[in-house]
Structures are given as structure tokens and as C-alpha cells.
Design a protein around this ligand. Structure first.
Ligand code: HEC
Ligand code: HEC
Length: 497
């Protein structure tokens, strides 16, 4: 029961956010609808009135007294569209699609449009595809979410089922000619965008991009990773306890950034981001993802000392972090955090319009470390470096075109570049790597190095460098290890050009 509650809370908060955003995004459409329906009211009520009168006066005038398609549309379908609330589709779709998208002001046009899109089954109205879309929510494995949206879903289904059933009995409607496809009422985003903006995809991406990196925030922000029975954890446990003493309970709560599960963590961050003191940065900054506290803190230094006393850490500009510098701007985790934050902002903001705008979102974390030592002299200080790993294609007897893994970091003063690999899901594949066990098979690989001498990554942190930034390559053999100690080391002079 506890778990169910938690899940419910999660969905509802993601939902709260979605609702806020969606209603923001859809206000225009909603307003148009409201304006339209207001102008339609006098006319639409008229036949209703007449119908009602006829019904009461002469029951026999109508064959069986069943409501007409128009009546059903006006009484049951239209209110759904005039409602400011999003439809049950938000259970899974954070933006880009709503049941309202399939409706036009007149019931004939709506029916013709649905029919033309193959969403109506004339012979078996109850099996119409639009009804199946509405029923999608019943199949959700997330019971909490299923329950939250049950009422809306059932109301939508009943309304549509009754109206479609009546339409399919009306010979004039059945024969209504199909409108041109540009007159169809449907989501104004391509299917790929609709799929990308789904809640489950956003959570999956969070797991790969952020949750997977949480050990970089150990032990201070990862209470559930602390294990009293592990002797190696005793010192970290003490350290966290000391922080809690130092900052007090309210603050100690804030230290617990990573919760038991990715879902709970995301829910916590979303809630926290909705109530932020004036001037402070939110954990997740939808307006300006780059200025999310979750990125700013670990890339900021300790607060200043004044007269030997450390000042309080700041959550406003300029941010300081009592944990000190824990992530370099432009290392592989920063890139992944950034990519997720930017994508999340665009999803909930409903800004994606076309397939070209969608990120590949195909990074899977691994523990394979690669370190370049004694970097070539011509690499400028602190330059950002990207490494791509290409597998050997036996069939073609050539290196694969598409890289299988990448990492990124900037050059340290000790002339080293170190990064853990993110494995890349190939284009078109649903999933490439098992979630917990991302490993590259033993074998022969080509390692290509790119150097960001033009500072492209400064303005586009999520970009991948291209041929014009290519520096050199080398072949690596053998198994991939999972510890920093056994990292794969490459000397700077090993790269052929
Ligand atoms: C239980 C979750 C869930 C609900 C609720 C849901 N959908 Fe979906 N929807 C999905 C999934 C999953 C996909 C992606 C299917 C795939 O990748 O093949 C999807 C994809 C889509 C697509 C893209 C086309 C396609 O087939 O991939 C459209 C359009 C769509 N849904 C419309 C709707 C509408 C309209 C509603 C509300 C009436 C709705 N969905 C409710 C889960 C849901
Ligand atoms: C050595 C301990 C330590 C590590 C490791 C650490 N932090 Fe912190 N962090 C702190 C302390 C102490 C605070 C509270 C004081 C402050 O705001 O800086 C804090 C505060 C924060 C806050 C502000 C929380 C709030 O609600 O005010 C964020 C966000 C944050 N850290 C992110 C991170 C991330 C992300 C990582 C890992 C990449 C990380 N920190 C690693 C000690 C640490």
C-alpha cells in the first residue's frame, strides 16, 4: 500500500507540473475552443431544446427515443473539450497530445475526420481505434497512475462510445465524405515527438543520465547507498552525520537529494523546484536548464572564508557548494545531466515540433574508464576532448561507421583527460544495453579523439564534435574493466593522425 501511495504521489506531482505546463501551453487552444463554443452555444442549444421538447411532447415521433449523435456530441463530448483540464492521455503523455486534438467544432466534421484517419470502426463501433487510445491507460503497469486517471478515462470512454455508436447508426454520417488530410483533427506534432514526450521515456532517460551518476555525490547526498555493515562506509557515515550536525535538521533534509528510487528522486526534485525562495535557483530550472541548482552546485567551489570563518553556501548567484567542486563543467556526467535537464524542459514546455529537434537520447552509462595521459603539447590548457569508440565489423572487415561508445572531459593541468564511457544505442534499436550491466565485449576497438579547439561545446554542451575537430586515432585490444584503478590508459603520443 505504501508503495502504491508513493507511486501515486509521484505521478500526481509529475502530473501537477504537467498540468501547469500543459495548461500553459494549451491555453491558446483552450481559449480558441472556449471562444468557439461560446459562439456556438446559441445554435447548439437550439436543436437540443427542440429535440428535448419533441421528446417530451411526442415520444413516438422518435423511433426509440434514443439521443441523436448531435445531442450526444453536445451533451457529452463537447464538455470534455471545453474543459480546461487535460484529458486522460496525460497519464502517459507529458505534452504533444490530448484527446481534444481529435475534435472539431461540429460533430459531423469530427466524425468525418476520425473516420478518415481510420479511428472509427463502422461495423463494430465499440472496437474503434479512438476508443482503444482512450483505454490505453488501463494497461499502465503503474497502478497509482492508473487509478488517478480512471475517472476521467471512464467518462471520456463512455462519452465517445455512446456518440460513435449513434453516429454509426446514422446513414448520412456513415456516408459522409472523407475530408482532405490537412483538415483532419489530430495532434499537431509528428508521432515520434508524441512518443518522445512520454513520461516513461523521460523517467528512463533520467535513470541513465542522472540516477546512474549519483555515486559521484556519495556519501553526502545518497543516504540509501550508505551501508552500516560495510566497514568502508563507516567514515562516510560519520562525515554525513557531521554535516547534519553542522547544518541542522532542515538542511540535513535538503542534503538527501537522492532517494530510494529514481522515481522518488525525480518527484522530490520536481516538488522542490516548484517552491524556491526568491532569487534562488531551482534544482530543475525549466526556464533556463543551464541554471539548474543540480548542475550549479557540484560545479561550484566552497563558499568564501571571511576572517577565517566559512560563509554560508549560496543557492543564488554566485552559487557556492559546501561539498566543493564535485563535477567539472563538461565532464561526461555534466554533459549527461545537462542533456537530461534540457530535454526535460523542452518536453514539459511542449516545445518540440519536429523529429529533427529530438535528441537521440541514446546514452547508457558504463564503468569503463579511459584515461589519456601526457596529452599532446598542441592541445590547449583545459580544452574539451571527446573520445569515440568504434567496434570492428567482421562482415565488412572494417571499423563500424557509428561509434559504440563515447566520453568527454576537459584537459587537466596534469595533461590528463579521464572519462567513463557512455555506451551508445545504435540508431533504430529499441535498447542496446541491459540497464544494470552495460559492458563492452572483449575485442578490438578503434578509439578516435576529437579536440574542441573552437569551443563549440561551450555554447552547445550536448553537442558531439565532428570531423573538423578530429585529432587522431589508435587501436585498443582486450577486455574492458570497471574500476578506476584498471582504467584503460593511452599515452598522448599513441594517436596516429
Ligand atoms: C498507459 C499509457 C498511455 C496512455 C494513457 C496513452 N498513451 Fe498514447 N502512447 C503510449 C505509448 C507507450 C506510446 C508509444 C507506442 C510505441 O512506441 O509504439 C504511445 C503513442 C501514442 C501516439 C503516437 C503514435 C504511436 O502509435 O506511436 C499517439 C498519437 C498517442 N499515443 C495518442 C494517445 C492519446 C490521444 C491518448 C489519450 C486518449 C493516449 N495516447 C493515451 C502510451 C499511452
Ligand atoms: C562531500 C560531500 C558532498 C558531495 C560529495 C556533494 N555535495 Fe552537494 N552539498 C553538500 C553540502 C554539505 C550541501 C549543503 C550546503 C550547500 O548548499 O552547499 C550540499 C548542497 C547541495 C545542493 C543544494 C541542495 C539544496 O536543496 O539546497 C545541491 C543541488 C547539491 N549539493 C548537488 C550535488 C551534486 C549533484 C553532487 C554530486 C555530483 C554533490 N552535490 C556532491 C555536500 C556534498
Amino acid at each position: 500500500m505504501r508503495i502504491i501511495n508513493n507511486i501515486q504521489v509521484l505521478s500526481s506531482t509529475i502530473l501537477i507540473l504537467m498540468l501547469v505546463v500543459i495548461s500553459g501551453v494549451n491555453t491558446l487552444t483552450n481559449r480558441m475552443w472556449l471562444a468557439l463554443s461560446r459562439t456556438l452555444v446559441p445554435y447548439s442549444r437550439f436543436p437540443l431544446l427542440v429535440g428535448g421538447l419533441l421528446l417530451t411532447i411526442g415520444f413516438g415521433l422518435f423511433a426509440n427515443g434514443e439521443p441523436t449523435p448531435l445531442e450526444l456530441f453536445d451533451e457529452r463530448v463537447r464538455p470534455i473539450f471545453q474543459s480546461e483540464d487535460p484529458s486522460s492521455c496525460v497519464q502517459c503523455h507529458l505534452s504533444s497530445v490530448d484527446l481534444k486534438d481529435y475534435i472539431l467544432p461540429s460533430h459531423q466534421q469530427t466524425f468525418a475526420s476520425l473516420k478518415a484517419q481510420g479511428l472509427i470502426d463502422l461495423r463494430n463501433p465499440a472496437k474503434s481505434k479512438i476508443l482503444k487510445l482512450i483505454q490505453m491507460g488501463e494497461k499502465d503497469s503503474d497502478e497509482g497512475a492508473r487509478l488517478i486517471h480512471e475517472k476521467t478515462r471512464k467518462a471520456e470512454h463512455k462519452a465517445f462510445a455512446a456518440w460513435i455508436e449513434a453516429c454509426c447508426k446514422d446513414p448520412a454520417l456513415v456516408k459522409i465524405p472523407a475530408p482532405e488530410s490537412d483538415a483532419w483533427a489530430k495532434p499537431n506534432r509528428p508521432d515520434a515527438v508524441v512518443r518522445h514526450t512520454r513520461k516513461s521515456r523521460v523517467v528512463d532517460s533520467f535513470v541513465r543520465s542522472i540516477w546512474s551518476q549519483r555515486m559521484r555525490c556519495f556519501p553526502c547526498h545518497t543516504p540509501f547507498e550508505l551501508d552500516e555493515s560495510n566497514p568502508k562506509h563507516l567514515r562516510p557515515i560519520e562525515k554525513v552525520a557531521k554535516f547534519e550536525d553542522q547544518f541542522g535538521q532542515e538542511h540535513a533534509q535538503r542534503l538527501r537529494l537522492f532517494k530510494k528510487s529514481p522515481e522518488e528522486t525525480l518527484k522530490h526534485w520536481i516538488e522542490r523546484s516548484q517552491r524556491v525562495p526568491e532569487g534562488n535557483y531551482p534544482l530543475i530550472n525549466i526556464k533556463e536548464p543551464r541554471r539548474s541548482l543540480i548542475l550549479l552546485k557540484p560545479t561550484s567551489k566552497l563558499p568564501e572564508k571571511v576572517n577565517g570563518i566559512q560563509k554560508k553556501a549560496s543557492n543564488a548567484h554566485p552559487v557556492s557548494h559546501m561539498g566543493g567542486l564535485k563535477m567539472h563543467v563538461d565532464d561526461q556526467s555534466y554533459k549527461a545531466f545537462f542533456a537530461w535537464l534540457e530535454d526535460y524542459a523542452k518536453v514539459v514546455g511542449g516545445t518540440y515540433q519536429s523529429v529533427e529537434e529530438l535528441p537521440r537520447d541514446n546514452w547508457y552509462p558504463s564503468k569503463h574508464m579511459v584515461i589519456i595521459e601526457d596529452a599532446p603539447k598542441e592541445w590547449p590548457d583545459q580544452v574539451r576532448v571527446q573520445l569515440f569508440v568504434h567496434a570492428w565489423d567482421e562482415n565488412r572487415s572494417a571499423w563500424e561507421q557509428e561509434p559504440i561508445a563515447f566520453t568527454q572531459n576537459s584537459l587537466t593541468p596534469k595533461r590528463r583527460v579521464a572519462g567513463a564511457l557512455f555506451l551508445l544505442r545504435p540508431q533504430g534499436a529499441e535498447r542496446a544495453w541491459r540497464p544494470e550491466e552495460e559492458t563492452l565485449p572483449d575485442g578490438r576497438y578503434l578509439l578516435k579523439v576529437y579536440v574542441d579547439s573552437k569551443q563549440r561545446l561551450k555554447s552547445q554542451p550536448t553537442a558531439m564534435l565532428s570531423e573538423s575537430n578530429f585529432y587522431g586515432q589508435t587501436i585498443v585490444l582486450g577486455p574492458w574493466t570497471k574500476t578506476f584503478k584498471d582504467a584503460r590508459k593511452i599515452a598522448g603520443n599513441q594517436f596516429s593522425r
